[in-house]
Design a protein around this ligand. Structure first.
Ligand code: OXD
Ligand code: MN
Length: 584
């Protein structure tokens, strides 16, 4: 017996979009092979060299459709105020009326795929089911990697289980009529005129963050833009850590960090549970437990190399979809920062010949790999634990050339909420817009919070009250501080283990720290960086809290918080005031 409301919805959508066929996806290998072959036959996939990249493909998107589009992303809550000042709002009825003509007949002569998927491990009380209806076989191929897709989700759904609905039509790709519309009151997303990852794989940002953040508010948990890692120390003790950074700021690299030899030999290890999204719920013991709702990595390719992230390179060594990277004559992929000298001849992400010295990049700066998580050698044995993993620390961070030290610890959960609420970062290529511009990106959720940001902060404070002493400790990191010549002070990558080690020590009540007006910073000795050969000036800069710079920062933060009006929790303004008075 089927699921009546799912079947009825599929019929409704088919009546509107008029597909030539409807296909229910089962998630099998045979289905995956068939979809991939279909994409090759239509020219949407190029099969890569089967020896060097088994069962892997290159896809090129329309040049106007290469990133998330925040200005075309809408939160259509019934009440305008519920979307808040950081989201585009449209009344649900008006948006449905706008979308209807765009969807009418949009799937004519195409197949509509019904893609049931599970976010989170099978059998986990934290997992949720979504169903995406799409006319894009590219989306189906990606969803098969990014989620637990097909039969497993239908089983979880049964005949009456609840599910989030996603409707995606490729349409004409017209950027002027591109809509990524969320209807939180209907648990529904409708996306038209884009086939790019974050706009079209509705499981990811649309469901696992925007809709899930609303469900989390209502059900008393947290849906966050965070990696999850497990740090093991030489005694075998494990510390589970979540970290929120804006898009393309190194979440995947941190989640897959390989410590330098001295640390490895001593027994330090980092394992990955997730690289982008965490769902955190209270366990029976009153602690917060996290699951990774996803089953794959949708990682940024440029800058990923055997030196910077060998685990990611291994994860995408087979069964991977590469989108908007460059192609070498031997059927292998290439991107800026992959290592070695650029080949003499390439086909760039637009399908044009490219040579070293060309004015444009060979791979798009936001080009991606979609790879199964279990293929990463660093995947944690705990990554599919149905109950999740107990989180000891939450890290916030961004790209800041100035002001922010390498790491500091918030005084408590309320202060940590303020640190997250006021974090900021220089913009990257993951979203359309001006790269490098500084913007406030609270908890790295600015583009992903499905409701009023100030209500979201209130929710964080309430969750903190519920968890009390058992809440994770909160930290802020910045790997991106630069000297006057624009060179990074901190080597980053594997060397950041030193920061993780201090964080784990602090979670156990150890780790030497200096109290400063902004929080606790590690002492130079506790940073354990003597062997890095950093100049004294670099160490000073990395651990500096400059009063004048911070007074300016606090003033900007005060204005920013003030812009949220009546809904702003008073506690956050109090935290800003407290910072100002500590700065003297
Ligand atoms: C992503 C993003 O794709 O944050 O993860 O843009
Ligand atoms: Mn992300």
């Amino acid at each position: 017996m089927g699921h009546k409301s799912l079947e009825a919805w599929v019929e409704d959508v088919a009546r509107l979009t008029n597909p030539a066929a409807i296909e229910w996806c089962d998630g099998s290998d045979a289905e995956s092979t068939r979809i991939n072959e279909l994409l090759v036959s239509t020219g949407d996939f190029i099969r890569l060299n089967p020896e060097k990249h088994p069962n892997s493909f290159l896809a090129r998107s329309d040049p106007s459709d290469v990133a998330r589009v925040e200005d075309r992303t809408f939160i259509c809550s019934r009440v305008e105020q519920d979307a808040g000042p950081t989201n585009n709002w449209c009344a649900p009825q008006a948006m449905h009326e706008t979308l209807r003509p765009l969807l009418a007949g949009a799937m004519r002569q195409k197949t509509m795929y019904v893609v049931p998927y599970l976010l989170g491990p099978a059998g986990s009380p934290l997992s949720k089911v979504g169903v995406e209806l799409t006319d894009s076989p590219y989306v189906v191929a990606n969803l098969r990697i990014m989620t637990r897709m097909g039969q497993v989700a239908l089983q979880e759904l049964g005949t009456s289980g609840s599910f989030s609905r996603g409707l995606h039509a490729v349409g004409t790709l017209d950027p002027q009529h591109r809509y990524i519309s969320h209807f939180p009151d209907e648990n529904l997303v409708i996306s038209v005129n884009s086939n790019y990852g974050g706009n079209a794989l509705l499981s990811k940002k649309c469901f696992a963050l925007r809709l899930a953040s609303v469900l989390a508010r209502d059900e008393g948990w947290l849906a966050e833009h965070m990696l999850i890692l497990c740090l093991t120390d030489p005694t075998g003790r494990k510390t589970y850590i979540c970290a929120a950074f804006p898009s393309a700021c190194g979440k995947t690299n941190l989640a897959m960090l390989i410590p330098p030899a001295r640390y490895r030999d001593a027994g330090w290890k980092v394992e990955t549970i997730g690289d982008d999204i965490a769902w955190l719920k209270f366990g029976a013991d009153g602690r917060l437990y996290a699951i990774n709702p996803e089953a794959g990595f949708f990682g940024v390719a440029p800058g990923t190399s055997a030196r910077t992230n060998p685990n990611a390179i291994a994860a995408c060594s087979a069964n991977t979809i590469f989108t908007n990277v460059a192609l070498q004559p031997d059927g292998t992929v290439w991107w800026e920062g992959i290592g070695g000298t650029p080949p003499e001849h390439l086909i760039d992400w637009r399908g044009q010949p490219w040579q070293p010295g060309s004015k444009t990049s060979a791979a798009h700066p936001n080009s991606r790999f979609t790879a199964p998580a279990h293929q990463a050698p660093c995947i944690s044995p705990d990554w599919e634990r149905p109950e999740g993993v107990p989180i000891s620390a939450i890290i916030f961070g961004g790209r800041r050339a100035k002001v922010m030290p390498l790491v500091y610890q918030a005084f408590n959960w309320q202060h940590g909420t303020y640190v997250g609420a006021t974090m900021s970062s220089e913009k990257t290529a993951a979203a359309a817009g001006t790269v490098g511009e500084l913007r406030r990106d609270p908890m790295a959720m600015l583009p992903f919070c499905g409701y009023h940001m100030a209500d979201y902060w209130r929710h964080w404070l309430e969750v903190g009250q519920r968890g009390g002493e058992k809440m994770p400790k909160v930290f802020h990191v910045n790997w991106f501080r630069k000297d006057a010549q624009g060179k990074f002070f901190w080597p980053g990558f594997g060397e950041s283990i030193r920061v993780l080690k201090w964080i784990a020590e602090r979670c156990r009540g150890a780790g030497a720290a200096t109290e400063t007006p902004i929080g606790w910073l590690p002492t130079v000795e506790a940073l354990d960086a003597a062997d890095l050969g950093l100049q004294q000036a670099a160490v000073d800069a990395l651990l500096r809290v400059d009063r004048q710079e911070w007074q300016d920062e606090a003033a900007v933060r005060g204005d920013y918080l003030g812009s949220f009006g009546d809904k702003l929790p008073a506690e956050l303004l109090q935290e800003n005031q407290a910072l100002i008075s500590r700065l003297g």
